[in-house]
Ligand binder design. Structure first.
Ligand code: TYM
Length: 334
């Protein structure tokens, strides 16, 4: 049976990249009738230092972002990872399945650890094994993510295959990444060769989900471009990373194909395109940020939603973990 799982780290503000690459597509999948589980991966967030009060606030803010963007707690399970201890428990088993060599090849680890690897947390190194557990503890078959998570999903498949092979079972499924749409890799507004990221030192490089209409307009107006008019076909964007990024963002927000955006704007200058993009972005994003603000006034309600989601998630995860323990040879309760 198909089952969708995905997660986002509550490690800072949500960006337009998180929205277009992940949350918006979580909402699309929620409405297909397939069972959907969406997590705030707080255990992953602490692989780099998080101030405790900030972590709590960011977890609630992420939940508010999910809901404001259209995830419905009655249709999708929304919860934070630490309230479902089966993630960490299966994560340990996978620490013993995954190989050090696999982990050292992960680009997210290399980026985040930087030059001083000796000083990175052990959790940062083992991060992808816990991510594999997030997914496989539900036998999830489909994982909507942005392009940057593809390698981690491949590793998840490697973990599943090695577990199945080592124990001679056909237990964990081969999970498929779902990397679709026009904006699977949203780039910085200041530099078309860098991913839009919450950790970029320049606030002008990203649109935050909490930005109001003015801030959105300002950042798009200042976004880097080139002097040429827009091409009328996608091919014409190949060597124009900044132009391509803005067109992809437009297509992602409007749920259009890039070719259709260019059919409308081919031959036009950025002085025409940017105002249209501002109108679109404000009309799609400003209501979400307003709703996030409103929800954040009711943190108790958010906490209740998360606890309820976690209770239901555990009902799926606990039997799968128990079967895993059985396969591995742990003596269980009588
Ligand atoms: P995280 O928290 O960095 O990002 C959350 C989601 O947002 C996507 N994303 C982007 N998509 C397009 N353009 C961008 N500029 C951009 N920036 C971020 C990411 O691809 C991701 O889908 N390891 C994961 C969290 C995780 C997870 C999981 C995901 C933990 N366990 C299990 C799926 C399933 C991460 O660091 O995402």
């Amino acid at each position: 049976t198909p089952r969708v799982f995905s997660g986002i780290q509550p490690s800072g503000g949500l960006t337009l990249g998180n929205y277009l690459g992940a949350i918006k597509r979580f909402v699309d999948m929620q409405d297909t009738g397939i069972e959907t589980l969406y997590c705030m991966v707080d255990l992953h967030a602490i692989t780099v230092w998080q101030d405790p009060a900030a972590l709590r606030r960011q977890t609630r803010e992420l939940a508010a972002g999910y809901i404001a963007a259209g995830l419905d707690p009655a249709k999708s399970l929304l919860f934070n990872q630490s309230q479902v201890p089966e993630h960490a428990q299966l994560g340990w088993i996978f620490n013993c399945v995954a190989r050090m060599g696999w982990m050292s090849r992960m680009t997210q680890f290399k980026d985040k650890a930087g030059k001083n690897r000796e000083n990175a947390s052990l959790g940062l190194f083992a991060y992808p094994a816990l991510m594999a557990a997030d997914i496989l503890v539900y036998h999830a078959t489909h994982v909507p993510v942005g392009e940057d998570q593809k390698q981690h999903i491949e590793l998840t498949r490697d973990v599943a295959a090695k577990f199945n092979h080592d124990y001679g079972v056909d237990f964990f499924p081969m999970t498929e990444p779902v990397i679709e749409g026009a904006a699977t890799r949203v780039m910085s507004l200041r530099d078309g060769s860098k991913k839009m990221s919450k950790s970029d030192p320049s606030p002008a490089s990203r649109i935050n989900m909490t930005d109001d209409a003015d801030a959105i307009a300002k950042k798009i107006r200042k976004a880097k471009t080139d002097p040429d008019a827009l091409p009328s076909e996608a091919q014409g964007l190949e060597d124009r990373p900044e132009a391509r990024n803005l067109v992809n963002i437009f297509a992602g927000l409007a749920d259009m194909k890039v070719d259709h955006v260019l059919a409308d704007f081919g031959g036009k200058q950025f002085s025409d395109f940017k105002p249209a993009l501002i109108d679109l972005a404000v009309s799609k994003l400003a209501p979400i940020s307003t709703e996030m603000d409103r929800l954040m006034q009711h943190p108790d309600e958010i906490d209740r939603i998360l606890t309820k989601g976690a209770t239901r998630a555990r009902q799926i995860a606990a039997p799968i973990l128990a079967q895993t323990y059985e396969i591995v040879g742990m003596v269980g309760p009588k």
